[in-house]
Ligand binder design. Sequence first.
Ligand SMILES: [Zn+2]
Length: 350
Amino acid sequence: MATRKLIKTGSFSLGRPSPKNEMTALDNKHIVLPPEMFSPELNILEMEGWLLSSIIMRIFKVFIDRFSYQKVSSLALREFIIDVCDAYLEVPYHNLHHATNVLHTTYVLLEKCGLFEKLNPDVLFATLIAALVHDIGHPGNNNLFEINSFSELALKYNDLSVLEQHHCALAFELIKKHNLNSIMSREDFCVFRKTIVTCILGTDMAHHKASTELLIKKTNTGFDFKNLDEQILACKLLLHAADIGNPIQSPEVCEEWSALVSQEFHNQSVRESELGLTPTHPLVSCEMSFYSGEMKYIQYVCLPYWEALTEIFPELRDELEKIYQNLRIFTEKHDELVRKNSVFQLEQYS
Ligand SMILES: [Zn+2]
């Protein structure tokens, strides 16, 4: 099972004064970005924390150039991105690396599905912002922990999508602080806000079953992209696919992400025990239970969703194949440990 140290994220302004030029606001000529920047293979976990803000800025720069998008100031966007990076906490999984990974994957999925050609640029821009901020300020525990511990956030949001509402509220505080919507009309801002709120609230795992069922229904009808609400719905479902999509990565990278999730779950269980609460996640006591957990996650959570998504967007079949491959590998590793364990027990009792 892969292990990884907590990565310090460091300075996001990269030690340079704020640029004054709209054209270069999102560029940093001193940073060499990976050549495979827009490949699904890009491994965000390899990146030092301070590089992440440059990757995020590059994604938005490419988007802005592609659409000659003029409804946001690049200077304001730059300062917003730096603040967003700073607002992610140094928890094992729901940190800036995860946010950058989801933003990157969302971009790649939109591209692969041909949605940059089909959807309204305002919806696309808002979806990328939503992907970036979707876990902002995540404390490293789930909604159930917030609710069971009667946390301030749970009381504030009445136990409903507590963390997702928190992420939305924090994101809009920063949007307001940086006046990110200063060039948008009122109508533009309504679309921007609706897309971001819909996408972020759509990442609550409490809605996962309903989203899977909705996707399965959509395999018959597809999306009516002439309708703006359908466009927003498609973006919400795609962003959720990216959020649960670690198994579309290579087996080594997928396992690294899984180990980080497992670490965060473990930390939560420890805190729950300290508070006298029943642990939400079963403690992963050995490698065998780690692989067994991963197999269940892929089989029952990730695969049904991605199978339906790939039926609607056949362009994603390579990603679906990766999920099958990761399931096979986790199963082999699990079965090998079971076999070794039974040989060990036989030797002990013979
Ligand atoms: Zn997430």
